[in-house]
Design a protein around this ligand. Structure first.
Ligand code: AMP
Length: 122
């Protein structure tokens, strides 16, 4: 998997375009989705150059993977989502309808989210 560093999240990481930041450390950045689909809609990304969840899960060192998910959980907790619950989602590749080719977790919450996947229309 070849990482294309012209993607929008790479530009955010380089500070070339702004984001509405929720959290940052040396490995992870989290920011509000520009087109929120729920009351709380945050994107959590590793700072490393990983194309997708497939790339991240196969290539990242275990400590980086563990740290990333630990941090994502902490971000959800700090956003006050633990009590009522939330959803994490990683669109991956073509069938997953991934639009930005830098691995990201969507963190949805702040409201009831309904069923996991809408049945196909028609
Ligand atoms: P995906 O389909 O999983 O790749 O989702 C990409 C997400 O990135 C979408 O929900 C977009 O609304 C979001 N997005 C795209 N550009 C930006 C941006 N500049 N700042 C914040 N979120 C963005």
């Amino acid at each position: 998997m070849t990482y294309d560093d012209s993607n929008v999240f790479a530009k955010i990481l380089r500070g070339e375009i702004p984001c509405n930041k929720v959290y940052e450390d040396d490995q992870v950045l989290a920011f509000y989705d520009i087109q929120p689909q729920t009351k709380v809609h945050v994107l959590v990304i590793p700072k490393g150059a990983y194309v997708s969840f497939a790339d991240f899960s196969q290539q990242a060192p275990e400590a980086e993977i563990a740290g990333f998910f630990r941090t994502a959980g902490k971000i959800a907790k700090d956003l006050g989502l633990d009590d009522d619950g939330y959803r994490i989602l990683a669109n991956t590749g073509h069938h997953g309808h991934q639009e930005v080719p830098h691995f990201h977790l969507h963190l949805f919450g702040g409201q009831p989210l309904g069923r996991m996947i809408r049945p196909p229309q028609g």
